[in-house]
Design a protein around this ligand. Structure first.
Ligand SMILES: NC(=O)c1ccc[n+]([C@@H]2O[C@H](COP(=O)([O-])OP(=O)(O)OC[C@H]3O[C@@H](n4cnc5c(N)ncnc54)[C@H](O)[C@@H]3O)[C@@H](O)[C@H]2O)c1
Length: 301
């Protein structure tokens, strides 16, 4: 059994759906869990004041160790206070899972800036608000830590009506890659998760094949165990299936000083994407590869 005895786990959005499943499973495996949740419905129509406490009580009733925190991840101070809460109670943080989420589906033509920001605030800014203090605390621990940021298929492939959500989720995956790069020398591992589960945020489309959040929780437990070395990756998981997602850049067309006409004449080569190139899931081609290793920023900046 993969155990988490002595580990401290913080789960944002831990009162419902996936977050609740993670909180219960980590606690069952010996971790002390801080269940964070503002208790908002994803539509903001209903608010459940003691939502986080409900799940913490469930864990404690089952013999586990847990505490509730009802602050919002949308403010910098809130994110800091959530992590500080775990540190004050248990003195460390080993795993952070950012699962808080809201939805405001709207086509781009109708999207109101307030809706855009409501979504970005929870998913993307929220990831930074809790991610930074967690990173800072993990950096001081010889054992480092593990961070999971919740992304979505929408962030990679796009879903009609989800410009805001896709932007937030795609950006969060990008930020996670950077956390992994910057955390490597402190044994901090960061991965993005693309879950598929039946929850109130993502109701069942096919009643014949329900996808319990508990299945995703099993994957997340394996990913967050101290013996799992994965970092900087994107994983999709749901319904008992899990797999790695990648980004591909084709070989493309290269000609120094190419004019627009040259590009147009070689459009087939520019757009070609050969999956044989995707040996390790991140077939990025020589041009992008050189760009990535070109960072001039000193590690301590
Ligand atoms: N269910 C899926 O299939 C699926 C697919 C892709 C991504 N996701 C993502 O997974 C995460 C969990 O989603 P879920 O399906 O369990 O939804 P859910 O609605 O069941 O749970 C989300 C929780 O986040 C909480 N929350 C909202 N705003 C918050 C805030 N500001 N601070 C703290 N907590 C807040 C809500 O109160 C809720 O309890 C979300 O980030 C979601 O976007 C889910």
């Amino acid at each position: 059994m993969l155990r988490f005895d002595g580990d401290v786990v913080v789960v944002t959005g831990g009162a419902n759906g996936l977050g609740r499943a993670y909180a219960l499973e980590f606690a069952r495996r010996g971790a002390a869990v801080l269940v964070n949740d503002v208790g908002s419905a994803h539509s903001d129509l209903a608010v459940e004041p003691a939502a986080a406490q409900r799940v913490a009580d469930e864990i404690i009733a089952a013999g586990g160790v847990a505490a509730a925190n009802d602050l919002s991840v949308t403010s910098f101070e809130g994110g800091q206070a959530i992590v500080a809460d775990a540190l004050d109670r248990w003195g460390r943080i080993d795993v952070l899972i950012h699962s808080a989420g809201v939805m405001r589906d709207r086509t781009l033509a109708r999207l109101d800036p307030s809706e855009l920001h409501a979504v970005l605030d929870v998913h993307l800014s929220g990831g930074f608000h809790v991610g930074q203090p967690a990173f800072r605390a993990m950096k001081e621990q010889p054992t480092g830590g593990r961070i999971v940021m919740t992304s979505s298929t929408s962030g990679f492939f796009g879903v009609f009506g989800q410009a805001a959500y896709a932007a937030a989720k795609g950006a969060l995956a990008g930020m996670t890659r950077v956390i992994a790069l910057e955390g490597a020398r402190y044994s901090i591992r960061a991965n993005a998760l693309v879950p598929v589960a039946t929850t109130r945020l993502s109701p069942d489309r096919d009643p014949l094949s329900p996808r319990p959040p508990e299945d995703v929780a099993q994957f997340v437990v394996a990913l967050c165990h101290r013996d799992c070395a994965a970092t900087g990756m994107v994983f999709a998981a749901g319904g008992g299936w899990a797999g790695r997602m990648g980004v591909a850049v084709g070989q493309g067309f290269a000609q120094p000083g190419a004019a627009a006409e040259d590009v147009a004449a070689n459009w087939d080569r520019v757009t070609a994407l050969d999956f044989d190139e995707m040996a390790d899931g991140f077939a990025i081609g020589p041009f992008i590869d050189a760009q990535l290793s070109d960072s001039t920023i000193a590690p301590d900046v």
